[in-house]
Unconditional design. Structure first.
Length: 179
């Protein structure tokens, strides 16, 4: 899906890449929507697990949570040599994607929102952030920055160049929210 979107998702090509038959993939997933939903659910499960772990480890320390989240992003990018980004964002933009698949992607965002909002609320309650900030608004801002970072990374000559100039960007922004 990264290469050409939902429309170009092709069981034959996937089968060749995985050294299995088109029929085998069809048997397990039924159709493109079933395959796309499973890919998104698998990614969502892994990423939400990571973010829940980070939230538990960092508790109310929003700066630490963001640092760990950025480290997770950069580690994945540097290990693969390319920018990793959530397909959920892309999936929801394409008209050819079935509404059921869009909904699966939106559920990932909603669950991620809840996790991040929990950390933000704890930081606000603890008094680590400026008075008057609203948890919902700060959470949306954080997720906009997190979702925008991969787009900016892709504008750089390489992931390695991007990491040198962009690592810590969201952490710097979070510092502006501090008391």
């Amino acid at each position: 899906m990264r290469g050409g979107g939902y429309k170009t998702l092709n069981f034959r090509v996937i089968g060749e890449h995985l050294n299995t038959s088109k029929a085998n993939i069809h048997h397990h997933f039924g159709n493109k929507e079933g395959l796309a939903n499973e890919v998104i659910n698998d990614y969502s499960s892994k990423m939400l697990g990571e973010f829940k772990r980070l939230a538990a480890e960092c508790d109310s320390d929003l700066s630490q949570f963001i640092k760990e989240a950025e480290d997770l992003f950069w580690s994945a990018c540097l290990n693969t040599g390319h920018c990793v980004m959530c397909l959920c964002d892309q999936v929801t933009r394409f008209s050819e994607v079935p509404n059921g698949t869009k909904r699966v992607a939106q559920e990932f965002y909603e669950n991620l929102f809840k996790i991040v909002r929990g950390v933000v609320k704890k930081a606000l309650k603890k008094g680590d952030l400026r008075p008057g900030l609203k948890a919902e608004q700060v959470t949306h801002q954080i997720l906009m920055l997190m979702n925008g970072l991969p787009s900016v990374v892709q504008m750089k000559a390489s992931v390695f160049e991007a990491e040198k100039t962009l690592r810590g960007t969201i952490q710097s922004w979070v510092k502006t929210l501090k008391v």
